[in-house]
Ligand binder design. Structure first.
Ligand SMILES: [Fe+2]
Length: 464
């Protein structure tokens, strides 16, 4: 094998120059969530089966599925990569990538992230390292890490680079998750101006509109660009999920159920972690809005039963568990919680998060569904300020905060319910659900005037 330089100035160990440029093309497709990403990788593997970075990308993409059966495949690929490297004169960068994949497959996500960031110091043009770090920062639940990663790297890219817009949208997402909504919106809109099919950047702006309660703007934004972003892989369902959140707060429940049935749940057996997260989160929210979701939980529970041993991302496991407890499969739910408890003792990056937060949330979810609302409120309430650690976005984690408030109200603790709904209005003043819950708490405490005013605020926000 020889060394070849790609158009970004990165050196690849490969059998021919086309493999290096093919990898650059693969990285761009991955950043764009393009449906041909798997095909491009397959073609690269076929054409150059010994190329270390192609094998590394295959292992990394398997890990990104967030599902233990795919992680098992990643372990095999990582082992094969290590074997191959022992007989190759690979570059330091390629060896670092292999070390990051190895750490990731062993559960040391923090070390993997550190390695990708170290690669970026020397090779800021390494789009794969940048994007993988972006997502593991995201899984850490600390938006500042996402923001700062891009703040370091963005100035080292040329604005003329065809992937530059992807970076703008990534920076927008980091800014948004750090609460810097105005700046986030500017970067996100600039990215989408450059490439309207850049679903991640469309998504960054959707988050800004969610967090600032601009529901009509959110619907116009996501729906207006649908012809562009709907060409991407299963990530497109997450944009339908975002659109659903805006409709929920407006009381447009028929629209939400339609989006759920036609889009969000349409590929639920995919094993892609985001699909179950979208679906479970939306069904539970619908029920908290008082909507009858029929037997929709059953299909999710069928999928969840195949993931009760998963030990990849606690954020994802909690969404599988939501389906099990909601469908009334107590046996599977108990088994899954026991597995999470065992996982919490293993010491890897996610195990520590399970120990600190995940187990409490899992037990809280089970209690909430079994009608033991006081226990649910107590379990979830105990970890509510540590909850960011489970990862995902603030908008995604919000469902757990909502469940805490819902359980508190149901536990007849009206004083605490009033306090929690009132504090939520501090950062979600445009939420009809929150005004409604606040109104109920005030009514329980005998404040009829306050309850009526709050009810009017809720009604004004629900257009149907
Ligand atoms: Fe999102």
């Amino acid at each position: 094998m020889k060394r070849f330089e790609d158009p970004n100035g990165l050196i690849f160990t490969a059998t021919n120059a086309e493999s290096a440029s093919g990898f650059a093309e693969l990285t761009s497709a991955y950043m764009g969530f393009q449906r041909n990403t798997g095909k491009l990788l397959g073609a690269l593997r076929d054409a150059d089966p010994d190329m270390p970075m192609a094998l590394c990308a295959q292992g990394s993409f398997a890990k990104l599925m967030g599902s233990s059966n795919h992680s098992a495949r990643a372990v095999t690929l990582s082992d094969a990569l290590q074997t191959r490297l022992s007989s190759l004169n690979a570059t330091d960068r390629e060896r670092q990538h292999a070390a990051a994949l190895s750490a990731w497959t062993k559960g040391d996500m923090n070390r993997a992230t550190d390695i990708w960031e170290a690669i970026l110091l020397d090779h800021p043009q390494d789009g794969l390292a940048l994007r993988l770090a972006h997502f593991t920062h995201f899984y850490s639940g600390d938006g500042r890490r996402i923001r700062d990663s891009l703040a370091r790297t963005l100035p080292r890219w040329s604005e003329d680079h065809p992937d530059y817009g992807f970076l703008l949208g990534m920076y927008a997402f980091g800014l948004e998750e750090s609460g810097e909504y105005e700046e986030a919106e500017k970067y996100g809109r600039r990215a989408v101006d450059m490439n309207p099919a850049d679903a991640w950047s469309v998504h960054s702006v959707a988050h800004v509109l969610e967090m600032t309660g601009r529901h009509a703007d959110g619907i116009a934004w996501v729906a207006g660009l649908e012809d562009d972003w709907s060409t991407v892989n299963n990530f497109r369902y997450h944009l339908h999920w975002h659109r659903s959140l805006y409709h929920l707060e407006r009381g447009e429940f028929d629209v939400v159920l339609d989006l759920y049935d036609r889009q969000i749940v349409s590929d639920i057996t995919s094993d892609f972690y985001l699909d179950i997260c979208n679906a479970s989160s939306l069904l539970w929210r619908l029920e908290m809005f008082g909507v009858d979701v029929g037997d929709r939980w059953r299909a999710l529970a069928d999928v969840a039963r195949t993931h009760i041993d998963d030990a990849d991302l606690i954020f994802v496991s909690l969404h599988y568990l939501m389906a099990l407890v909601s469908a009334g499969d107590a046996e599977a739910a108990d088994e899954m919680i026991e597995n999470i408890r065992k996982w919490s003792t293993l010491g890897d990056t996610q195990a520590v998060i399970c120990a600190n937060v995940g187990v409490a949330l899992a037990e809280g979810l089970r209690a909430a569904r079994s009608g033991d609302f006081a226990t649910a409120a107590s379990k979830i309430g105990a970890v509510r300020y540590q909850m960011d650690a489970i990862g995902g976005s603030a908008a995604q984690r919000d469902v757990f905060h909502m469940i805490l408030l819902d359980a508190t109200a149901a536990s007849q603790n009206a004083l605490q319910a009033r306090a929690l709904f009132r504090e939520r209005l501090g950062y979600k003043v445009h939420s009809s659900w929150t005004w409604h819950g606040y109104s109920n708490a005030l009514a329980t405490l005998g404040d009829d005037n306050g309850a009526e005013t709050a009810r009017d605020r809720a009604a004004a926000l629900q257009i149907h």
